[in-house]
Write a protein that binds this ligand. Sequence first.
Ligand code: HEM
Length: 253
Amino acid sequence: MINQQHIELIKGTIPVLRENGVALTSYFYKRMLGNHPELRNVFNLDHQSTGRQSRAQAATLLAYAENIENPDALVKAFERIAKKHVSLDIQPEQYSIVGENLLHSISEVLNVPMESELIQAWKEAYVQLADILIKTEKDKYDALTAQHGGWAGWREFEIENIQASEGASRLTLKASDQQAILPATSGQYISIKIQVPGQDVEQPQQFSFSTDQNGEAYSVEVKAEANPTIFSVANILLDHYKVGDKVLVSAPL
Ligand code: HEM
């Protein structure tokens, strides 16, 4: 548990960190992806470049710190984040990488040494938050593998059919192992992960189901992005993928 003195220390720095949120998060991602280039396969580099994701993680840590005496206020957010993480096969050991880089970034923005009491306090807050997410995610991985046709992490699927229309295509995906797959309801989503052409990197993206899925194949609509980058999964699928090609898919959530 975090003691009262640490809670006060943390709370005192939230406004400064909020004000410098952009600096905090851009420093954080640059540092983390520089030290751990393998995470370029995990984070959506498209979102990185637009800065959307850069804000999400640090913003959640700040929101958590603000509610540190009452973390239940954030249960809904934890549920949403854990879902997204499980869809991306995020693992417990990756939390220490994110934590280390986030704490260094806080130390940098606040201009206080890593060894200070203040960073120690933030570390306690981060670990507490990470423990909540890791546990919520473990429950979800366990629930997925316990179901008939369920799985955790990535599973190979083959594109069985492509129904093309203007700027969009409907892809039908079948499990390469021909075994059962989880049924799903409209509104649930899967992540699809593919190799970026000409780059030594894989990229994931989420695709929602617009109708219930019967458990034999998944059908997703892939729409071209208006301002794609080389990392835009939808555009790569539309431009480079054909029937018989393989993609990686995470279980519906
Ligand atoms: C306490 C630590 C963490 C917090 C507070 C956190 C928070 C978040 C939030 C708020 C989102 C956006 C959710 C949404 O789209 O609705 C997110 C997405 C994501 N998180 Fe985390 N996260 C944490 C740890 C991690 C770790 C350890 C990893 C793996 C290295 C990770 C990887 C991702 C990825 C890849 C996404 C999707 C972003 C994208 O595709 O651009 N997160 N996280």
